[in-house]
Write a protein of this length. Structure first.
Length: 155
């Protein structure tokens, strides 16, 4: 009976340690992207998503977010100015901390990478996620959409 209890206790300890390590890793510095959304506007189909990265540069914590747009099928060029991107960086609790300068595609192309929404210094003990706004020319103005949120990371 003692041997069984010792084995069960050891297995339980292993599970607690393993879960604890997984929790630490899931909130470590690093980066990721959101799921991709798709919209069709003015005859063109666009795939778009947000990205985030949190880490340290020369010991100073920072966090960045960006937005990326790709046409579908890949390689389908759209005219200049037809894609708009603006990234935003939030704390895990939803507080907006940084907004990128919006940009548009300056020439006919099939992609647009948005400017970075950057926070430096960032709080080393805070989780950050990225999200953004994209726009596509509908013939008279932009139709705006919001990306999904990225996972959260801390510097």
């Amino acid at each position: 009976m003692k041997r069984i209890m010792k084995t069960i206790g050891g297995a339980l300890l292993c599970v607690l340690v393993c879960v604890g390590v997984f929790s630490i890793v899931s909130y470590a510095s690093g980066g990721g992207s959101s799921s991709t959304k798709q919209s069709t506007v003015n005859g063109y189909t666009y795939n778009y998503y947000a990205g985030v990265y949190a880490g340290k540069s020369n010991g100073t914590p920072y966090a960045n977010s960006t937005v990326s747009i790709r046409t579908s099928p890949t390689g389908t060029n759209v005219p200049s100015g037809w894609m708009y991107a603006q990234a935003k960086l939030y704390t895990h609790s939803g507080v907006l901390k940084a907004t990128a300068v919006a940009n548009t595609n300056g020439s006919s192309t099939y992609y647009l990478n948005g400017n970075f929404a950057s926070l430096k210094p960032a709080s080393a003990n805070t989780l950050y996620y990225g999200k953004g706004t994209v726009g596509f020319w509908n013939g008279t103005s932009y139709s705006y959409y919001t990306t999904y949120s990225t996972p959260s990371y801390q510097p």
